[in-house]
Design a protein around this ligand. Structure first.
Ligand SMILES: [Zn+2]
Length: 142
């Protein structure tokens, strides 16, 4: 059930249209922030093609409940997990998390070769800053 406040000056016909428009917009937003493994897999495939010439291979990618980290990569089996709460992040930040874990498929350590791979994503530095700020805010409010 969705309740919307409409300005009182708005004619009835317009109110209806406005309400429909707003509820569609809200639905789309909720759709985007719902953890969908399918969406995650599609994004990973696109990122692999775009930044790694499609050469990375993994066995599974999906969301998982993680309270203290944003993602993990089990290097040996090629399994990537992204924190469920990351589904609500903007696409470009979520993409960074995927790129980070994808890069771990080739390098388990955060060494120079790893950073070279990760920095192929043009917004990597900006996304790192975004996540750092989020983590800092979460720490303050807990
Ligand atoms: Zn890492």
């Amino acid at each position: 059930m969705l309740e919307l406040l409409v300005p009182s000056w708005m004619p009835h016909a317009e109110r209806q249209q406005w309400a429909e428009k707003m509820s569609r917009r809200l639905e789309r937003r909720m759709e985007r922030s719902r953890p969908s493994d399918q969406r995650l897999m599609e994004r990973a495939r696109t990122l692999n093609d775009r930044h790694f010439a499609g050469r990375l291979r993994w066995t599974s990618i999906g969301y998982a409940e993680m309270a203290h980290t944003w993602g993990s990569c089990t290097f040996t089996v090629g399994a990537i997990r992204i924190a469920k709460r990351a589904a609500a992040l903007p696409d470009w930040v979520l993409d960074y998390l995927l790129v980070h874990e994808l890069a771990h498929l080739e390098h388990s350590e955060h060494a120079a070769a790893f950073h070279e791979l990760e920095s192929r994503y043009p917004l990597a530095e900006r996304a790192k800053g975004y996540l750092m700020a989020l983590d800092a805010a979460a720490l303050e409010s807990s």
